[in-house]
Design a protein around this ligand. Structure first.
Ligand code: HEC
Length: 223
């Protein structure tokens, strides 16, 4: 019994004294008991902790709060994009996300120009998938030419969704490069290309006015 007590006492002594020689150094914090008490968990400013629905206050899983209603510049309306990057989100965008801002003739011309910069490398200037990238890399060849029935029936909301998030890991997101207004403008050119006739004539530009959506973005200013 005495022996066991001695062993226990010496182990406790070694453990408690270890903090004396286990010195913290430049790259070594030493031994810390319950480090959570010393270092608080920081929030990354542009992320949202999404492991449970209760953290999902904002679109894009962002920890920051939504701007006050009426204070968002038109070009930054994607603060309020309400659909997730999932199949359900894609379908919901097709059903509910209508053109969200007016597009003048100049906006649509700009969409055509941006299509030439960002999309034609794969989709070709007319949506015939004859860009230089799929010629070298078949796995990046789009599934549909823009004039087939699938693309003719594709709602503009789905095109916007795909430009925002990308699609099937083959077509990338363009949210980093194109503002919401530019995405709508490019989407309007995609829609015009789907109406191209067999001689390669694309219908003339008509001004497009924004449509109300069935889904209204949640109003967070009440909380
Ligand atoms: C690197 C090649 C590449 C580039 C660049 C590219 N796409 Fe795509 N795109 C694809 C591929 C591949 C698919 C087929 C994706 C799938 O469904 O698997 C696709 C599909 C699509 C679809 C159909 C999506 C759907 O709902 O089925 C649209 C619309 C589209 N692209 C528009 C664009 C626009 C607009 C741009 C320019 C901003 C662009 N793409 C740039 C490769 C590309």
């Amino acid at each position: 019994m005495k022996q066991t007590t001695n062993i226990i006492i010496s182990v406790l002594a070694v453990v408690s004294l270890s903090s004396c020689w286990w010195k913290a150094g430049k790259d070594n914090p030493g031994i810390e008991y319950a480090p959570d008490m010393y270092y608080s968990k920081g929030y990354e400013p542009m992320t949202q902790y999404s492991d449970s629905n209760k953290y999902r206050y904002n679109p894009y899983f962002m920890t920051m709060r939504e701007p006050v209603k009426g204070t968002i510049a038109e070009g930054q309306l994607d603060y309020q994009y309400p659909f997730d990057n999932t199949e359900e989100g894609y379908e919901a965008a097709g059903a509910n996300w209508k053109l969200k801002m007016d597009l003048s003739e100049a906006d649509q011309k700009e969409g055509e120009r941006l299509f030439g910069i960002y999309c034609a490398v794969c989709h070709g200037t007319k949506g015939l998938n004859d860009g230089p990238v799929p010629a070298k890399q078949v796995t990046l060849k789009p599934t549909h030419i823009y004039q087939d029935d699938y693309m003719k029936a594709l709602p503009i909301g789905k095109i916007y969704h795909v430009l925002t998030y990308g699609r099937n890991n083959r077509m990338g997101s363009y949210a980093y490069a194109l503002s919401p207004k530019e995405r709508w403008s490019v989407a309007s050119y995609v829609k015009r290309l789907t109406m191209m006739d067999s001689l390669g004539n694309v219908p003339a530009i008509k001004a497009m006015t924004s449509e109300a959506s069935a889904i209204t973005v949640q109003d967070t200013t009440k909380n």
